[in-house]
Each structure stands twice: as C-alpha cells, then as structure tokens.
Design a protein around this ligand. Structure first.
Ligand code: PBE
Length: 269
C-alpha cells in the first residue's frame, strides 16, 4: 500500500504539544533516529491545541499524527492507536515517580512518609481523568471527590503519621491532567495532616531544578525512564527518588485507528 500520500497529506508534520514537555524532546529524537521521519517536523503548541487538532482531523477523517500519552482521556474519547516504535525511542512502559529535595526526611518526616506512600493503580487515574472532562477540568474538585470516596486509601497513607501544625510545604507539578490530579490529591491528604500546601505549576526542567536546589520540597510529576530521563540524569544525586506513584504509563506517537499504518516505520520521508 502506498502510504507516501498520507505522509504528504500530513505535510510531514507531527502535531506536538508544549515546547517544554519532555515528550517534545523524545519526538525530536524520533525524528532524528527514524529514516521514515527524515525531513519531518514537529509543530509545538499546547496539549489543548493538539487535542483540538486531533478532534478536528477525526471529524473530517483526515490523517494526523500526534504526540500522545496515557493515562489520558484522549484514548477513551477518540479511537486512536499508538504507532509501533521498533527503535524504542519512547520506551516500553513509563512510570510517574515522586522525587523530594535532599533533607526532607529530616525536616518534615510526616510529609516524607506520606509522599513515600502515595501510590495509585492505573484505573484510578483513567477514571479520574474521564471524570475531569465532565467537571470542567476542576481538578481540585475531582481530587476532593476521590479523597472523600476513598477514605481507606487515605488511612493507609497517613496511618501512624504525626500530624503537624501549619508547616508549609511547596510542591511543584507539571500541569498536564494526570499530574494535576495526583498532586491535588497529595495536597488534600497533606492538608488533612496539618500542612499548609502550596502548589506551583512549572515546566519539567524547572521542576527538576527546583527540587535539586531545595526551592521546592517535592514533586509527583516526573515521567521515567524515557520522558524526563535526560533531566533526571542531569540532576541525579541532588534529589531523592521515593519510587513510582503510578505504573503503566506510556508515551508515543499516535494516529486515528482508521489510518492504515501501524508503525513509525510505515511513514515516508
Ligand atoms: N506529558 C507526557 C509529559 C509527561 C509525559 C506530556 C504528560 C511531558 O511530556 O513532559
């Protein structure tokens, strides 16, 4: 089958997201590595703009190739598929990890213990991200609802933890949906233990530098090993990794299922 027309129809362009996203780097890496993507370009803008372009293309049954990741509601809302990535530029499975500044364990043992325990199963995120759509992406509300409905989880995380009296803690997050949900849950749980929690949305590079410098206390937003691996390496040794808060995440390039290609290698330079 002749797929060159499809590549041409797409203008040899990948619809990307924010310039500062980790995935923007992995997309560039894919363009550099795959012969099939020679001469292609990635158009960056925002996740919202990418989703609009994806929706428009699907409505008109036009070809489009986008930066995709999961968990995200795009896979529930649209019939799309990840393209095979034989070079594993996007890796196989990602996890979202929790990192904290050096010294947090000594300075705020209660917060450290809770952050260390925070962990979700993939369906929890998938459901929350779907629900967010119906709640105007009011993640404070989505998180509050989840906390209210899952008291046993919260107890598991806070059991035996010494409450505090208004200690300030700063969390940085990246402002994509999954991270906004988990960080808002963390905020509520820490507040219930007496913390005064401040959330600051930043780009991935700032997230790592803020934790490394100690300007911020913790973040639940790094995607590993592929997405933010380069930043992780750059600051390795200047933060403490408390381990995954979510497993089974993934990033890659995706297309609508009606497109007749299955692999990045099916594209044409
Ligand atoms: N993303 C996908 C983030 C993490 C993985 C867009 C949600 C990023 O690319 O930095």
């Amino acid at each position: 089958e002749d797929t060159s027309n499809v590549s041409e129809e797409m203008g040899y362009q990948i619809t990307g997201i924010e310039p500062g996203a980790g995935q923007t780097q992995t997309n560039e890496k894919a363009i550099a590595e795959y012969e099939s993507l020679a001469g292609w370009e990635q158009e960056t803008s925002s996740a919202a703009a990418m989703l609009t372009a994806l929706g428009d293309a699907i409505e008109n049954e036009e070809p489009i190739i986008v930066a995709a990741w999961s968990p995200h509601y795009m896979f529930a809302k649209y019939d799309i598929k990840y393209l095979e990535d034989p070079e594993l530029i996007f890796g196989e499975e990602e996890h979202i990890t929790t990192i904290v500044r050096q010294g947090l364990k000594e300075d705020m043992p209660s917060a450290y213990t809770i952050l260390d325990r925070l962990h979700w199963e993939l369906p929890v995120f998938q459901e929350a991200l779907l629900e967010a759509q119906e709640m105007d992406f009011d993640f404070e509300k989505v998180a509050q609802e989840w906390v209210d409905e899952n008291p046993e989880k919260v107890t598991e995380w806070t059991e035996g933890v010494e409450p505090v009296d208004g200690t300030s803690i700063d969390l940085v997050l990246t402002s994509w949906d999954a991270e906004t949900f988990s960080t808002n849950v963390a905020k509520i749980v820490l507040e219930q233990q007496g913390f005064d929690v401040m959330l600051t949305p930043v780009d991935p590079s700032i997230m790592f530098s803020a934790i490394a410098s100690g300007d911020s206390d913790a973040t639940l937003s790094p995607w590993m090993p592929a997405t933010h691996g380069a930043l992780y390496e750059e600051y390795d040794g200047q933060f403490e990794d408390l381990g995954p808060n979510l497993e089974g995440a993934r990033i890659g390039l995706a297309v609508p299922s009606y497109m007749d290609i299955d692999s990045i290698e099916d594209l044409e330079p």
